[in-house]
Ligand binder design. Structure first.
Ligand code: SF4
Length: 372
């Protein structure tokens, strides 16, 4: 299959591994973060770390939308779902994410709340049409890739005059989060080994393009190489990063030219800007409050904004202290450093969001038998 088989070819992977080994300077280490959870799964699924020289390290980033949702927002979703007039619609993974005191949307549903799993925002719009006597709330999560479909349903609900539909926006933005990670003392401070560059996200970049990474690559002096999800994409991106580091360059390069351009998808960007505004700051699990990193529904669509409509408040959560998801999400710890990993916490019985989502680092370590 074109663009699949040729990017998974073992012989080419071995040649690329040899080229990486030849170009990596043995007298230094390289630490590259794959921001996106999809890349984390790809590197483990295809054994990419085993093909790299021992001084080239991959650090998992926070690019998993379910994982980065703070527990306080999970609690808010549960509280909203418990209102008798509400049908709360959201994606399947989110149902299993533990809130405070081991609550979850799944548990709330077992206790009588009307929580529906949907595959797309359009499903929740259909449910709203089918239940005009109920308040249907779409609890939206995701990075720039999933924001345009949410914008579409907000506009459609407006056009149809659907009075019983609204959205909680938990949509987040990638470039501010990457910049924030570079400001993190755990990753970039004098006491910690430095991060040498990023493998940039694939799908997010198809929407936003490569240009939004340029300011922080320049300001923080860290290269970014946008890569596709196939193993040879990731290996080629690592090679490009090593070349930049060796040459003392910090530029944005695009390995994924078959899908990503510098400007991205302008139509999707316009749609998102028409419906959403950038929040002053947004709380990320593990990273705290990140300036300019979240989207809220614009005042023009206030009647479709469930946060305003229901006065959704995000309180102080009670987190499971044994779960080190927050450190895993900012690349400061590996999943296997968690004492619950693979014992108390498994994909069937997740204790934290990083084990729930198929894009979570703990789930990836567990699925592919990584013990380090
Ligand atoms: Fe949290 Fe489970 Fe990962 Fe530990 S293994 S950090 S408890 S999700």
């Amino acid at each position: 299959m074109k663009y699949v088989d040729e990017l998974r070819d073992g012989a080419t992977a071995r040649r690329l591994a040899a080229a990486i080994a030849a170009e990596a300077d043995p007298d230094r280490g390289y630490r590259f973060m794959e921001f996106c959870g999809g890349h984390t799964h790809a590197v483990f699924r295809y054994g990419v770390p085993d093909l790299l020289p021992p001084n080239v390290h991959l650090i998992h980033g926070p690019g998993c939308p379910v994982c980065v949702l703070p527990v306080g927002r999970v609690d808010a979703a549960i509280e909203l779902a418990r209102r008798p007039e509400v049908i709360l619609c959201t994606y399947g993974d989110l149902l299993r994410v533990p809130g405070s005191r081991r609550s979850s949307l799944l548990r709330a549903r077992a206790e009588g709340a009307d929580v529906r799993m949907v595959y797309s925002p359009a499903d929740s719009l259909r449910i709203a049409r089918e239940h005009p006597d109920r308040e249907v709330v779409f609890f939206a999560i995701g990075f720039e890739t999933t924001t345009p479909p949410t914008a579409v349903v907000v506009r459609r609900a407006e056009a149809e005059g659907l009075a019983n539909f609204s959205v909680v926006s938990n949509h987040v933005l990638t470039p501010p989060a990457m910049a924030h990670l570079l400001d993190s003392p755990e990753l970039d401070g004098p006491a910690a080994p430095s991060l040498d560059g990023f493998i940039g996200p694939s799908h997010v970049s198809t929407i936003i393009g490569s240009a939004p990474y340029e300011p922080f690559a320049r300001e923080h002096g860290r290269p970014v190489v946008i890569a596709g999800f196939e193993p040879l994409d990731v290996m080629q991106a690592i090679r490009m990063l090593i070349r930049q580091v060796n040459a003392g360059r910090a530029e944005v390069e695009n390995e994924y030219t078959r899908a990503v351009t510098r400007v991205g998808n302008r139509k999707a960007q316009e749609l998102v800007s028409a419906v959403f505004a950038v929040r002053e700051s947004f709380e990320w699990r593990g990273m705290g409050s990140v300036p300019g990193s979240g989207l809220e529904v614009r005042p023009e669509y206030a009647h479709l904004d469930a946060e305003r409509r229901f006065g959704v408040a995000v309180g102080q959560p009670r987190e499971n202290r044994a779960c080190i998801c927050p450190s895993v999400l900012r690349g400061a710890a590996r999943p296997t450093e968690c004492t619950l990993f693979g014992t108390t916490c498994t994909p069937d019985h997740p204790m934290g969001s990083c084990m729930v989502s198929s894009e979570g680092a703990c789930a990836a370590h567990y699925a592919y038998g990584r013990t380090r």
